[in-house]
Design a protein. Sequence first.
Lengths: 110, 114
Amino acid sequence: QQPVQSPQAVILREGEDAVINCSSSKALYSVHWYRQKHGEAPVFLMILLKGGEQKGHDKISASFNEKKQQSSLYLTASQLSYSGTYFCGTDNSGNTPLVFGKGTRLSVIA
Amino acid sequence: SAVISQKPSRDICQRGTSLTIQCQVDSQVTMMFWYRQQPGQSLTLIATANQGSEATYESGFVIDKFPISRPNLTFSTLTVSNLSPEDSSIYLCSVRQGASYGYTFGSGTRLTVV
């Protein structure tokens, strides 16, 4: 079942923050986050495993609420390089292939 | 993480013909996946290809239309058969090296059917 992402699109000025949400109606083993720039393949950002953790590197971090089957991706002090489409992918068991959300188009402007 | 070489990067094909896409991985991986992505859309799983067994297809995708080969742990092919304009899309292979790892994607094949 496809996870639901919100918002569909967001425009930021450099230095602003954004939150992208991903929710599922089914129990999750893990949530993945990817960024895809135009004309390129998706690039893995991070994985969050069940257990309710938070991860981050640089100014991009994410949380996973296992009970609510929700994950959020936090982008702080956005840079122009953050522009792209962000996809969450969900995995129900650790052995099933990822199902991706519809994506959130993020545009960072100067 | 694994590095994937996907070929061809793009092709224009006539209706009724077939296109075979190849993915070569620089390390052995058990699980390999084939996705389709329409421009501006999400990624839709076509099938999971495991070495030594038949591919597992998702609803709406059938083996006659999308035959998959997985002869070893580093290589797979996806053939899109009897092409129609509706098959125009980007096709991506991906691998996962374990349940705690993210997916690595090939660079994609942009197929246009005329």
